[in-house]
Ligand binder design. Structure first.
Ligand code: G4P
Length: 529
């Protein structure tokens, strides 16, 4: 096999997707069950997720995450399934971190959206799902916890349609619910798949394909009802359609229970069968980088101090073309400098495994590549630059000052590290500089993470004072002079030189936009609101 052929074959086997969900909807449990079905946990689940009430799982590794019981950061898991290689990207489960989710989705070819069957789409997490929809990537929906009292299946479909403007097309339909949840109709085959519970859901749920006559006899009206409901939906055109799914317009829906493993296999099969394998990534110049071309990669995440045992900085990139081999010297496109890749790993929660080779769709963690930033491109042989990931419009702004002036150096280092990771955006006043930077966030919980990390990782306790600013626009140096002279407006600078004009009042901004059209006041992508 020639090298490009080998790469294309390997890329074809890859499925790279992210899971997004409300906190508590079951993302951690589902992740664990995917690993179980992928054989990555041996035959028993439960080894990843610690029992004893501590909500630690593969991806919950930061102290603050454990205290708050939410996932703030995201990690990557790789496991084989059937003859495929699955790369699963975890995303933070809180809307305040929707910008991080957006960046992770830049590295994913599809997403699985997990909803709690009793809650449907919750208002506070709507933004997270909108981010996913805005990315226009294919989305599979998993309605979890069907083993508990739930909304009606049609109510949930309605919710998805109305709140997300995504048309749901069920590919499985529940037979029974709560304690009486027996199995699902597999829309693709027409089969009734009956599940059997296992103790604590620790092993795969045995599945039985029951022919219609036997199902009618054995399950009675709950089976008849499910067949009828699914038939009605098909009649109104809610049938799976590949083109609209791939365009992110429709979402295939699956019902199940991650806890008891019901429906997990069907969902994982759908990930492999329906979601696309990695495709050539389009570069800034509009040309696609073909998969078989020399190696290129795209950095979507930077994370320092992931683990106290490894106090270092990792840049995660997705392989876009070619084969990556450890030790390769790649070019860092932003600086034009060569970069040795001796220390690379796959991240499996806190466990790291050295990685020797990777193909398109795979995620690689590059250790201590200190100049590498989110949005950067790496390549060999033939130069390429991929488009950067746009940042969100911050809506909360706080001035940060060190509580202990003797720790100023640590404060400054910490702030710039958090800026590079995108934990918060850091803005500086040209006259005040590093003494009192303004931290800008999409959601206030980002501040909590920033102060916690500054104190605990960098030994730099900080004091934040909130400002009155509530909206930001991108401007240029010409407009900046005039804007700075106005009341209720300030212009601050990001590390990359971007100028942001901050406004106390959105109404004032609107007036300015209509009365002074010559001022540059570009919109940024909307963040969580
Ligand atoms: P998250 O990562 O989305 O935040 O959710 P996670 O998987 O941690 O699940 C949140 C809670 O919901 C957990 O209960 C978990 O056991 C439960 N859960 C997940 N999937 C299902 C399901 O299909 N059915 C039912 N009935 N429960 C489910 P917990 O009490 O918070 O934790 P634990 O002590 O059970 O681990």
């Amino acid at each position: 096999m020639s090298i490009p052929e080998e790469i294309e074959t390997e890329a074809e086997r890859r499925r790279t997707f992210a899971i997004i969900s409300h906190p508590d909807a079951g993302k951690t449990t589902l992740t664990e069950k995917f690993l179980l079905y992928g054989g990555a946990l041996g035959s028993e689940a439960g080894s990843v997720k610690a029992r004893s009430g501590r909500r630690s799982a593969t991806s919950d590794w930061m102290e603050l995450e454990q205290q708050r019981g939410i996932s703030i950061t995201s990690t990557v898991l790789q496991f084989p399934y059937r003859d495929h290689v699955v790369n699963l990207l975890d995303t933070p489960g809180h809307r305040d971190f929707s910008e991080d989710t957006y960046r992770v989705l830049a590295a994913a070819d599809a997403a699985v959206m997990v909803l709690d069957a009793a809650k449907g789409i919750e208002p506070q997490t709507l933004k997270l799902f909108e981010v996913c929809r805005d990315r226009e990537i294919p989305i599979l929906s998993f309605i979890n916890k069907w083993d508990r009292p739930s909304l009606q299946p049609l109510e949930i479909l309605d919710d998805i349609e109305k709140q997300l403007s995504l048309t749901p097309t069920p590919l499985s339909w529940p037979v029974g619910s709560a304690e009486g949840f027996r199995g699902v109709l597999d829309q693709r085959t027409g089969d009734f798949v009956r599940f059997t519970r296992t103790a604590r859901g620790a092993t795969m749920a045995p599945e039985e394909i029951v022919p219609p006559d036997a199902a009618r006899l054995e399950e009675g009206h709950i089976y008849e009802e499910a067949v009828e409901e699914l038939g009605l939906l098909e009649a109104v055109g809610a049938e799976y359609d590949e083109d609209t799914f791939l365009a992110g317009i429709t979402t295939p829906v699956f019902f199940g229970s991650a806890l008891t493993n019901f429906g997990v296999r069907l969902l994982l099969d759908a990930v492999v069968d329906l979601t696309p394998s990695p495709q050539p990534k389009v570069a800034k110049d509009g040309d696609p980088r073909e998969l078989g071309e020399p190696f290129s990669g795209f950095v979507f995440k930077v994370q320092a101090n992931m683990d106290k045992a490894h106090r270092d900085r990792t840049a995660f990139f997705r392989v876009c073309s070619g084969k990556f081999e450890r030790g390769m010297v790649v070019t860092h496109d932003a600086t034009g400098k060569p970069l040795a890749t001796k220390y690379v790993h796959t991240a499996f929660g806190t466990d790291r495994e050295t990685l020797n080779e990777a193909y398109p769709g795979d995620i690689v963690g590059l250790v201590n590549a200190n100049d590498v930033r989110i949005g950067d491109t790496l390549w060999i042989d033939e130069p390429v630059s991929f488009p950067e990931i746009p940042s969100f419009a911050p809506q909360h702004f706080a001035i940060a000052r060190t509580k202990d002036t003797s720790r100023f150096k640590q404060f400054r280092n910490g702030i710039s590290q958090l800026d590079e990771e995108g934990v918060v955006q850091v803005l500086r006043d040209r006259d005040i500089g590093d003494q009192a930077p303004v931290l800008a966030a999409v959601g206030p919980m980002q501040f909590e993470v920033a102060t916690h990390r500054l104190e605990n990782e960098f030994g730099a306790p900080v004091e934040l004072s909130m400002t009155k600013y509530s909206v930001a626009r991108r401007t240029d140096s010409e407009s900046a002079g005039e804007l700075r002279a106005m009341q209720g407006v300030d212009v601050l600078e990001k590390a990359d030189g971007t100028l942001l004009a901050l406004f106390e009042s959105p109404y004032w901004l609107d007036r300015l936009v209509s009365e002074r059209p010559e001022l540059v006041l570009d919109k940024l992508i909307a963040g969580a609101s």
